[in-house]
Structures are given as C-alpha cells and as structure tokens.
Design a protein around this ligand. Structure first.
Ligand code: NAD
Ligand code: UGA
Length: 423
C-alpha cells in the first residue's frame, strides 16, 4: 500500500521503517527540515537500536521518502498515520493542537476512501470527533484508532514483534484494510470500537505506571522496616499471577509518555465524572520518589548538600535511549543544583546542557574527587566499571544506587557505604 506517516519521531520512524519492512511504500511528512535532511541521507536524528540499518536500506531502495511538507507526503496515500506529539497541556490533559493543525493542513488532499490512522496517543473520544469533522468537510476518509505500544530503546523490534495490535474502528472495510496492512506481523488482533481502543492505550500505560509505583512503594517500606526489596519482589514474582517483569524499583517513572499519559487519564476521568484516586496517588507517590533519592544523597554526604561534589551516572530517563524528556535523572540533577551541589555527570548516549553540570566522557572521570556517586539510569555499562577504581578516585565514600544496579556487598567490601532503593 501507499502509506504516509506524519511526524518523524520515535513512533513515526519506527512505523515508517517497520511498514517498509512489510513491503509498503512510505512517505513521511516532518516539519523539522534538519531532520528531513538527515533522514534523507539515512541518518537518524534519535538514538534507537536497529533504526539506522532499516533506514539506510529503505531510503537507498527508494521505498521510504521524507518531505518537509505534510501535503506532499499525504498525496495519493491509501493510509495516513498521524504520529505527532500530544504533550501534556497546562490542565494535565493531552494537548491535541498539533494533531488538529495537521488535520487542517492535510484534509483537502486526502484521497477519498483513505484511512487516517491515529498513532499519537489522544484523549478518549478524539477519533470520533475527527471522524465527525472529516465528514462535515466531505473528506470521504475513515479515521481509525491504532495505538502504539512500543518502548524507546526497542522501538523497531517492538513494532515488528508486537504483543498485540489494537484496531479501533466500527467500519468493517477500514478494519479489513488495517489487517491487510499489518499482514506479516505475528500478533493477536484486538478489533474494537475507537473509544475502547483509545482507552486500551491509556489503561495499559496507567497500569504499568502503577506497577512500577507499587514496586517503589514496597521498596520505600522495605527501607523503613529493614527488608531487602530485591528478595521481597523475588518472593512475590514467583507467583505466576505477579511475575517479575516491569517490577524494578527506582527513582520513579519518567519519559515522554508515562508522566503525561497518567495525568491525561486523570483528566479524562475527571471530565467523565470519575474520581480516579488510585491513579492520582500513583502520580503523587512517583513525584515524591525523586525527593527520596535526593534525601539519600544528602545523608550520603553528611547532611548538607551545599558545596558537595556529586557524580551522576545516567541522564536518560531509562537505559537504551538518549531521551531525557521528563527524565527522573534531570529532575534530581535540578534539585541537587538548587541545593548547591557541584555536579559531574556521565551518560553513554544522552547529552544535556544544564548550567552547573559538567558532562564528562567516562564514568570514572565523573567520580574523580566526588563526595558521592549517584546512579540514576540503569545502563549495563555501569555494572562493568571497576569499583576499586571508583573507590580510589572518590573523595567521599557514599554510593547511592537508585537503580539497584550494583552488588551492595561488593561495594561495602571496598570500604564504601551503599544505599540502594529498598535495600
Ligand atoms: P517525538 O517528539 O519523538 O516525534 C514527533 C515528531 O513530529 C517530531 O519529529 C516533530 O518535529 C514532528 N512534528 C511536530 N509537529 C509536526 C507537524 N505539524 N507536522 C509534521 N511533523 C511534526 O514524538 P513520539 O515520541 O514519536 O510521540 C508521538 C506520539 O506517539 C505521542 O502522542 C506519544 O504519546 C505517542 N507514543 C509515543 C511512544 C514513545 O515511546 N515515544 C510510544 C507510544 C506512543
Ligand atoms: C512506555 C511503555 O512501556 C510503552 O508500552 C508505551 O508505548 C510508551 O510508554 C508510550 O506510550 O510512549 P517507554 O516510555 O519507552 O515506554 O518506557 P518504559 O520502558 O515503559 O519505562 C517507563 C519508565 O518507567 C522509565 O522511567 C523506566 O525507568 C521506569 N521503569 C520501568 C521502572 O522504574 N521500573 C521498571 O521496572 C520499569
């Protein structure tokens, strides 16, 4: 099929290259001209494993094309994906202004019979609203909800091997066309109405956020009662109903999606007259989690952060990505700066420009003469660093491991003090 994708970010690029791998011809509309120029040469503007090799193949074969004009991308397309940002608005709800701006732009050139696919995460009811709008304009296109569940750091693999494909439409022909589009992917299909499909996306992210927050809350309680959260979660996880996945305590969830999507679902619930107090508590507990990490650092340097030199390992919101949007590491760094710390930070992929933070090229450079080491992102590289070298490079003796990455006994054997999360 001839497919257009609007927005060349994590979702748009994974969708575009994934669809070329399924044999479709893809035109991408992207308003950032620098991105377009790089992508046309097969260069990726984001760090995402596997993306570059797929990109090079599809661009050089002519199967994948990039345009600074959305109109050019959409012309003649059978299927048009929207993968533009839906950031959190001031009231907590998702801001859909970019989605609607793109719609205004492309509606006049949509082919009659085209399918418009909503990949962006949009408030419940948006697909229905867009359908009404297109019908009023006589566009002759059908709007389908097809939420994306990929994770950054494994976006391409998640697109090609999804746990499920959700298609939200009440139009039989559109559902069949979508199933045809994804032929070649082995995944269970959930075909439902658009509102339920939009709910699936938010509910999945809210559930996963809640699960992480539950692990964090248990970890906090473990600290208070003197238990080891690793053993507690292990003992829980062997219960098949609970399991081990996505159950690691840390500095709180972050990223471009969980924080905004949990807030958006609370706003959706408020609008619908349901008080989602469970999710409100999750958001609250998650916000406090970062402050607990700051408290650990404060204790580690003897009670006052003013003038302390702290090495920070990890800036990305999680390992495997260079994305620092709503990264707990950045929030913690900002708090430490407020308290007067001197910071030297390292990350294998993420780059930041924050006044007061010196970003260095190796983890060892970061710890040189530091009073404390704080690990915030769970890059496996940090497990490999020679701890003896760390201990001898540091001035102080505190290691705050906000991802429970290191072996506490190995740290303590070197005469260092270890503080994890919940252990
Ligand atoms: P992103 O910020 O990585 O990429 C968005 C792209 O759209 C950028 O390249 C931007 O320049 C471009 N863009 C913005 N306005 C445009 C316009 N008017 N015309 C053309 N291009 C425009 O965003 P993302 O992370 O890919 O997220 C996109 C949507 O997908 C969001 O709704 C998000 O919630 C959802 N989502 C994201 C993920 C994820 O892991 N990042 C996963 C599932 C769903
Ligand atoms: C998340 C979902 O996992 C995807 O399914 C979804 O498509 C995406 O959001 C989205 O809607 O955009 P992602 O943001 O890439 O994907 O990150 P996750 O791997 O889910 O991690 C989210 C946050 O939770 C990170 O800060 C991570 O460090 C944290 N986390 C995750 C934990 O603290 N502990 C865990 O056990 C797992």
């Amino acid at each position: 099929m001839d497919v257009a994708v609007i927005g060349a970010g994590y979702v748009g690029l994974a969708t575009a290259v994934g669809l070329t791998a399924l044999g479709h011809s893809v035109d991408v509309g992207e308003r950032n001209e620098e991105r377009v120029a790089a992508l046309r040469q097969g260069r990726s503007p984001i760090y995402e494993p596997e993306l570059v090799s797929f990109l090079e193949t599809a661009v050089s074969s002519g199967q994948l094309r990039f345009h600074p004009s959305n109109i050019e991308a959409v012309r003649n397309a059978d299927v048009v994906f929207l993968a533009v940002p839906t950031p959190q608005g001031e009231d907590g709800a998702a801001d859909t202004s970019i989605v609607f701006a793109v719609l205004d732009e492309i509606t006049p050139v949509l082919e009659p019979g085209a399918i418009l696919v909503m990949k962006s995460t949009v408030p419940v009811g948006t697909v229905g609203r867009i359908q009404e709008m297109l019908d009023e304009r006589g566009a002759g296109a059908t709007v389908v909800s097809n939420p994306e569940f990929l994770r950054e750091g494994s976006a391409i693999s998640d697109f090609l091997h999804p746990d499920r494909i959700v298609i939200g439409t009440s139009d039989q022909r559109a559902a069949e066309r979508m199933i045809e589009l994804y032929r070649g992917l082995q995944a269970p299909l959930v075909v439902t109405d658009p509102v339920s499909s939009e709910m699936i996306k938010y509910s999945a992210n809210a559930f996963l956020s809640t699960r992480v927050t539950f692990a964090n809350a248990i970890a906090n309680l473990c600290e208070a009662v003197g238990a080891d959260v690793k053993d507690v979660l292990l003992g829980m996880g062997y219960d098949n109903r609970i399991g081990f996945h996505f159950f690691n305590p840390g500095p709180g969830f972050g990223g471009s999606c969980f924080p905004k999507d949990t807030n958006a679902l609370v706003a959706i619930a408020d609008d619908a007259g349901y008080d989602f107090s469970l999710l409100k508590a999750v958001i609250h507990i998650n916000d406090i989690q970062r402050e607990r990490v700051v408290d650990h650092v404060r204790r580690g340097v003897g009670g006052t952060l003013e003038g302390a030199t702290v090495a920070v390992w990890g800036l990305a919101f999680k390992a495997g990505t260079d994305d620092t949007r709503s990264s707990p590491a950045i929030a913690i760094v900002e708090r430490l700066l407020e308290e007067g710390c001197v910071l030297r930070a390292h990350d294998p992929q993420a780059r930041v420009s924050i006044e007061g933070v010196t970003q260095v090229n190796t983890p060892i450079e970061a710890v040189s003469d530091a009073d404390a080491l704080l690990i915030v992102t769970e890059w496996s590289d940090y497990r490999m660093v020679d701890l003896h070298h760390v201990a001898t490079s540091m001035r102080g003796d505190a290691i705050i491991d906000a991802r429970n990455l290191l072996d506490p006994d190995a740290v303590r054997r070197l005469g260092m003090r270890y503080q994890g999360i919940g252990r």
